[in-house]
Structure formats: structure tokens, C-alpha cells
Design a binder for this molecule. Structure first.
Ligand code: ADP
Ligand code: MG
Length: 237
């Protein structure tokens, strides 16, 4: 029941906050920073898609979210916006280093996600990069990675930095996103992802998104979601 769920999440306040924003249909109705609102408007985003309407109020309250919605339904903004807001609210600055890590199963997708961060985050002062593997760029990445706020990574390349890059520090990271979670949590990535997650702070917000409803409790335990909201959207409104 709702009261028990609210209590479990740490009280009524969080639930009230959710019910206040749960009925919003437009981005500008959400409690977002001016910078994010301006970025959304400039990028031409006004109405939320269904997964965004369902996930954003929870994610913006700081909850862990497991969201499923088909390809093309707008999952990227459902995590880019909470990530930007988290860093904004924490007054994240150049000195604070890595604040957000997004795991993506491949380089192309990582590039697309990073573009959305650049577009919607353009009025914030955050720095970031795609950290995606290949020989090219490794030394450059090593030189700057500790000064970046947002890393959009493939699991293997992030693990490489964790192992090889002197003083690589993600001990202050606030928010972990796993996009295409069914692929990233698949057995092909299992060892890498488990190694990566074991080196991240436990006290963080975690958002998982995929096209199919994930799935085994074992997978979720691997990334230690805390009392997550399960959100599944089948039809676009
Ligand atoms: P998914 O990750 O679910 O496959 P994307 O986040 O890649 O979906 O979004 C699919 C497309 O929909 C992109 O071109 C994106 O710019 C567009 N889009 C996402 N959200 C909105 C929105 N609220 N209004 C208009 N277009 C949107
Ligand atoms: Mg996507």
C-alpha cells in the first residue's frame, strides 16, 4: 500500500512531492533548474513522452528507477534530465570531478547520449566526454578524465581507466545510469560491469533503462538498486 511504500522510501514528504508532479505533461511544469528548462526549450522539447512523464518525477526525487519502454520512446531524456539536475543541485563544479557515469553497450549509442547531454545541458557549465575504447584517444582521456563531470562510457573502457589511469577518481560520483540495461547486464559484459560497479560509491542514485522489462532480481542485485520504482510503458500516448 501507498503509505507503507512511502514510509519505506523515507517518509511522506517524498510521496507528496511525487504526487505533486506525477500529473505533469510538459517539461516546464517540472521542478527543473532554469538552465535545464532553457536547454530543453532550445532543443525543441516541450511535451513529455510517456516514459518521461512516468519516470522523471521519481528520478527527480532522487529515487532509483528501473524503466522499460520501447525503442524511440524517449528514454534518453528520462535520465539525462535527472543527471543534470542532480549535479546542479549538488552545485557540482570543475573541481568536483566525476559526478555522473552513464554505461552504454556501444560507442554509437554513447555518442548519441552524449549529444543529448550537450544539447540539453548547454546552459550548465558541466564538462563531459564519451569514454568508449579503441587505441585512439586513450592518452588524451587519461589526461583529462579526472576533470570531467559526466562520463558516457562503454563498460570495458571505463574499467580500463579504473585499472590504468593514475589517480582516476570516481569516489564522489552521485548518479549512475545504465542505458540498454538488458544488454549492459548481459553475460557478455558481466565481469566488466561487476568490476566497474564494485568500484563505484554505494551511496548514489542509480537509473536503469531498457527496451524490455528487466528481469531477474539477480541482475538488479548486481547493481544494488535501492527500493527502485519499476516503470514499464507499453504504448506511446
Ligand atoms: P529511446 O532511448 O527510448 O530509444 P530516444 O531517447 O533515443 O529514445 O528518443 C527517440 C527520439 O525521440 C529522439 O529523436 C528524441 O530527440 C525524440 N524525443 C525524445 N523525447 C521527446 C520529447 N519529449 N518530445 C519530442 N521529441 C522527443
Ligand atoms: Mg535509448
Amino acid at each position: 500500500n501507498a503509505a507503507a511504500a512511502a514510509a519505506k522510501r523515507g517518509g511522506k514528504a517524498a510521496d507528496d512531492e511525487y504526487s505533486e508532479y506525477g500529473a505533469c505533461t510538459r517539461f516546464d511544469e517540472l521542478p527543473l533548474s532554469r538552465k535545464t528548462k532553457d536547454g530543453l526549450r532550445k532543443a525543441g522539447y516541450t511535451e513529455m513522452s510517456e516514459i518521461q512523464r512516468a519516470a522523471l518525477p521519481h528520478a527527480l526525487c532522487g529515487r532509483d528507477v528501473l524503466g522499460a519502454a520501447k525503442t524511440g520512446s524517449g528514454k534518453t531524456l528520462a535520465f539525462v534530465i535527472p543527471a543534470l539536475e542532480k549535479l546542479y543541485r549538488e552545485r557540482w563544479g570543475p573541481e568536483d570531478g566525476v559526478g555522473c557515469i552513464v554505461l552504454s553497450p556501444n560507442k554509437d549509442l554513447a555518442g548519441q547520449i552524449f549529444e543529448v547531454f550537450q544539447k540539453v545541458g548547454k546552459f550548465h557549465g558541466f564538462s563531459g566526454a564519451c569514454i568508449v575504447g579503441g587505441r585512439k584517444g586513450l592518452e588524451e582521456e587519461k589526461a583529462v578524465i579526472n576533470s570531467l563531470n559526466i562520463l558516457v562510457c562503454t563498460p570495458g573502457r571505463l574499467l580500463q581507466h579504473m585499472g590504468e589511469t593514475t589517480n582516476f577518481d570516481c569516489s564522489q560520483m552521485q548518479i549512475l545510469v545504465i542505458d540498454e540495461a538488458d544488454q549492459v547486464l548481459d553475460k557478455n559484459f558481466q565481469q566488466q560491469v561487476d568490476d566497474v560497479v564494485s568500484q563505484l560509491p554505494k551511496d548514489r542514485q542509480t537509473l536503469l533503462f531498457s527496451a524490455t522489462q528487466t528481469k531477474s532480481v539477480k541482475d538488479l542485485a548486481r547493481v544494488s538498486l535501492k527500493d527502485p520504482e519499476y516503470i514499464s510503458v507499453h504504448e506511446e500516448a
